[in-house]
Write a protein of this length. Structure first.
Length: 133
């Protein structure tokens, strides 16, 4: 996955995308974050990890381009009073790399959170799915 991300970041046609790695478990999120952190020289940037729903929303909302963000799909759950997930980014240059559980929608809960993630990133022009397994 690091090599996939590095190739995406090298492509001038991608216009400095934001890469969002989404998993279904904290342990997998941590493992992948550590792997990408160890590949900082290859990626030429330092990944960040969203610690909460609010932090994820802030990271995506403030970012105009670039960066590698790690999160779990559960952080796309709705906040109190929300019926639909708000858009989290105004730029459409986002590449989403989901874990295997999101690709096969292994549970109803994951499917609901995945739907919220797609709704939250509805401005994305570039949305890619690749398994981590």
């Amino acid at each position: 996955m690091c090599c996939y991300a590095e190739k995406l970041l090298q492509q001038s046609e991608m216009n400095n995308p934001t890469i969002l790695v989404v998993t279904d478990r904290n342990d997998l999120d941590g493992q992948l974050f550590n792997t990408f952190s160890n590949a900082r020289e290859l990626l030429r940037q330092t990944p960040v990890q969203a610690g909460s729903r609010e932090e994820l929303r802030g990271m995506l909302g403030a970012r105009q381009a670039g960066g590698i963000i790690f999160t779990t799909v559960q952080k796309f759950s709705l906040l109190n009073g929300e019926e639909v997930h708000p858009s989290l980014s105004r730029h459409g240059n986002i590449v989403v790399i989901p874990g295997k559980a999101m690709i096969v929608c292994m549970s109803r809960e994951i499917c609901v959170h995945l739907y919220n993630a797609i709704t939250a990133l509805r401005q994305a022009e570039k949305l890619s799915y690749a398994g981590s397994a």
